[in-house]
Design a protein around this ligand. Structure first.
Ligand code: F6P
Length: 360
């Protein structure tokens, strides 16, 4: 059967998007299907339609290439995410136009690769009768119903490498070094990288912190002869009783742009302890570059399984990493609420067991 499927990448980019695209196109080709890449997110399905055929030659080198060859968007007509667990309903006309776009291109099913925002849109499309399956992407690892999203392991590897580098300079100068990492509502990157990179203090969005607590840790270390302290702070972390630190103004229908908490914490710790402190903001470095080995394998399993879901007609589902297997869940179960760090979960307890301060 000659079937055409379309792939859309949406939301913030991350390592592994191209690896998923490659896996979908290869697994589809094995079934004799054609794959089209929709350019610039879902908007590529609207007039003027923008797409590329993903034939054999288009797939070379994609396994290791960062970003997305299709382009992506986290703003515009299809922006659905406005806050933690809040999403916007799309107008019926837009969903009709999307359907028309698919029909015009002869596409019978879509693979939507995205995080909570893009998959909330995928759910609305499914409810509108558009055949669609999802693939969970985000460096933040905050999507429910999958043990891990792809991109997360690569971001953690980047943050851990940064901590290793900051460790030696902190130690050489007897300084407090603060690393600000991404993690809007969920502190998975900060927690995993902090534990893997030997941080002394890890500040998460889920656990509001006090400066007294951080300073106590610094003093305790000084007493043990450790004249430096390594702090990891997620961009969404906040002092008890205070709000997020944002950078840039609020745009309509968009989440607030976070950033700056690292500098705030650094200045306050310098003031309170009298120790020299420096901040390093890792920012979008965490979203670039090649995926790790784990992410390459996960992306390839996700892409191949998305094609199986289409073949089985299981629309409205999302591929999910279930621990040792890749399976699927309903998109509706995965969106609308975020998977945040449990303060009493294994990794948080491990951190505390080792004497790492979580700032509370
Ligand atoms: O959701 C992924 C993420 O990297 C967040 O950690 C971060 O807050 C946001 O995207 C940044 O988005 P932008 O690229 O629009 O600055």
């Amino acid at each position: 059967m000659n079937k055409k499927i379309g792939i859309v990448t949406g939301g913030g980019d991350c390592p592994g998007l191209n690896a998923v695209i490659r896996a979908v196109a290869k697994a589809a080709a094995k079934r004799g299907w054609e794959t089209f890449g929709i350019l610039g997110g879902y908007e590529g399905l609207l007039e003027p339609r923008r797409f590329i055929p993903l034939d054999y030659n288009a797939l070379s080198g994609l396994l290791v290439r960062g970003g997305t060859i299709l382009g992506t968007a986290n703003r515009g007509k299809f922006s659905a995410k406005v806050g933690h667990g809040e999403s916007r309903g799309l107008p019926k006309e837009l969903l009709d136009d999307t359907r028309r776009g698919m029909d015009a291109l002869g596409i019978s099913a879509l693979v939507s690769i995205g995080g909570d925002g893009s998959l909330s849109i995928a759910q609305q499309m499914h409810e509108h009768g558009i055949p669609i399956v999802g693939v969970p992407k985000t460096i933040d690892n905050d999507l429910e119903c999958t043990v891990m999203t792809f991109g997360f392991d690569s971001a953690v590897a980047c943050a851990t490498d940064a901590l290793d580098r900051l460790h030696t300079t902190a130690e050489s100068h007897n300084r407090v070094m603060v690393l600000e990492v991404m993690g809007r509502y969920a502190g998975w990157i900060a927690l995993y990288a902090g534990v893997a990179g030997g941080a002394d203090v890890i500040l998460l969005p889920e656990i509001p912190f006090t400066y007294e607590s951080i300073c106590n840790k610094i003093t305790e270390r000084e007493g043990l002869g450790k004249k430096f302290t390594l702090v990891v702070v997620a961009e969404g972390a906040r002092e008890k009783g205070h709000d997020f630190v944002t950078s840039g103004g609020q745009e309509a229908n968009r989440e607030a742009r976070l950033g700056g908490i690292g500098a705030v914490v650094t200045a306050e710790l310098e003031k309170r302890t009298g120790k020299e402190a420096r901040v390093c903001v890792l920012g979008h470095l965490q979203r670039g570059g090649s995926p790790t080995t784990f992410d390459r394998a996960l992306c390839t399993m996700f892409g191949a399984h998305a094609v199986e879901l289409i073949a089985a007609g299981k629309f409205g589902t999302m591929v999910a990493y279930l621990g040792s297997q890749v399976g699927s869940v309903n998109i509706s179960e995965a969106v609308g609420r975020l998977k945040t760090v449990r303060p009493d979960g294994s990794l948080a307890r491990t951190a505390r067991a080792l004497g790492i301060s979580l700032g509370d």
